[in-house]
Design a protein around this ligand. Sequence first.
Ligand code: CAA
Length: 285
Amino acid sequence: MAREINTVGVVGFGTMGAGIVEVLARTGLTVKVVEVDAAGVERGLGHLEHSTARAVKREKLTEDEKAAIHGRVTTSLDLKSLDGCDLVIEAVPENVELKASILKELDGILAPEAIIASNTSSLSITEIGVHTRRPGKVVGMHFFNPTQVLKLVEVVRTVVTEPDVITDVVAFAERLGKSPVVIGDRAGFIANALLFPYLNHAVKMLESKYATREDLDAAMRYGCGYPMGPLALLDLIGLDTAYEILDTMYHQSRNRLHSPAPLLKQMITAGLLGRKSGRGFYTYD
Ligand code: CAA
């Protein structure tokens, strides 16, 4: 029988961290979230407020339910505050050294049976997990943006992840209302391995002036029924995040389909990161 996971911690309160926190709190769980500084906490609470206020406006939540969700979330700047958690999900930026150091520290704080999950989209769970004394209890738990809406969670197992841990995490993801899939530890897992060569190709088509941004996006929306075109989706994901994912996949595979389009790098250098910076392929208010 799957073990119940009741106390959950999240490390990182950025776009993904805030989405994960909201999903957990909406399920009725008490969530402890840790950020590196007060500005990070403010930004995360801002994401949470924006998203829940939008749900109230759309009559998906009442003001009381919104208040209850916020009431279940506590914030801290200290990883030690996560000491009683059954599960901690790390959702910090895609940097292997940073993730490894956080997992190492968590390993010293959490009870030996606690599970540590990483929301990484392309880094190796095996490589991050070996920095702990519990690599058998380290898994990937990869959510999709917007986390509140998209049902997929990729549960990533390494060669040493204990089978019971996978069973527990799959059951937990289902409890959150998600549709988990289980996958081995390879850059891009399932969804990004299929999605990112396509997104990259769209940027290369734009770069070579093969078609306009509007026509590229319209083709995939109206011809293939995708909810968003590839360039609008890149703006949602964040161009910097997309670049890091492609670069990691390219270094692992050496497949030229993963080699990031030069235009992506130029736009990032110019500060055009997509929705989060107000401008990417499109401009946002
Ligand atoms: N945060 C919270 N909720 C959001 C949201 C956001 N950023 N954006 C939309 N929503 C909610 C809306 O409130 C609405 O909820 P209700 O139905 O409960 O009212 C619902 O989503 C639909 O929104 P809209 O009607 O405004 O717009 P839409 O129908 O066009 O859907 C979308 C918007 C959900 C973003 C949809 O266009 C979509 O699914 N796009 C594709 C997104 C995608 O492919 N994401 C994966 C990116 S890859 C990734 O995340 C992995 C990685 O590692 C980078």
